[in-house]
Design a protein around this ligand. Sequence first.
Ligand code: PEP
Length: 248
Amino acid sequence: MRKPVIAGNWKMHKTISEGFEFIDGIKDKVKDTDVEVMIFVPCTMLKSMKDYTKGTNIVIGAQNMHFEEKGAFTGEISPLMLKDINVKNTLIGHSERREYFNETDETVNKKILKAMEHDIDVVLCVGEKLEEREKNIEKEVVKEQIVKAFADVSAKMFDKIVIAYEPIWAIGTGKTASSKDADEMIAFIRSEIENLYNDEISENVRILYGGSVKPANVEELMNQDDIDGGLVGGASLEAEQFVELVNF
Ligand code: PEP
């Protein structure tokens, strides 16, 4: 039985005091859930949010991490820096990182391998662009992202990996993939993981859907066989909506 995940991605939103206010608004309302609750916050508030959520079931993670431990990489954050503040989770390969910051399947792979080396859990984001879906090549695109992301990643690392399928055309647009389309792609990703590894890994790996998840559609998405949770941008910014998502 895979434990469901609701993960918020705050992108470039919120100050530290707004982050604290959000935690005050959700912590008692999500404390008894069977869902794993994660929030990926801006780097400026990683430490204070990590400290503020101590003793709760809310996992605080980074939105990105560099693949080197140190060096001349202005503006970047290394795995050692995350460990230094006790942060053990990060998103890797979000489509906005790929689109605006030149992240490639190769850098995604290096980041995953480095995270594994440092015992940092990863939510890997994959997903196709609208024109790729219109050309009916979405499965090839996602398969290539998966194969390249997991090059040299061993089966025993998989308890530290969650995958998020996020069709780019559904992110922040209000357009959600139909629950059937999302489930079909997620089942496809699961079968590719079986091809790359084995049946046990593919049955156990958690695969989330992301793209305009909100209280109105979360239940239907979560009722699909292969969807294990949501990676949520916009609707994770409001405490009340986030609580509704966790308690779907
Ligand atoms: C995201 O940030 O990964 C995302 C899916 O955003 P939204 O929920 O706003 O579409």
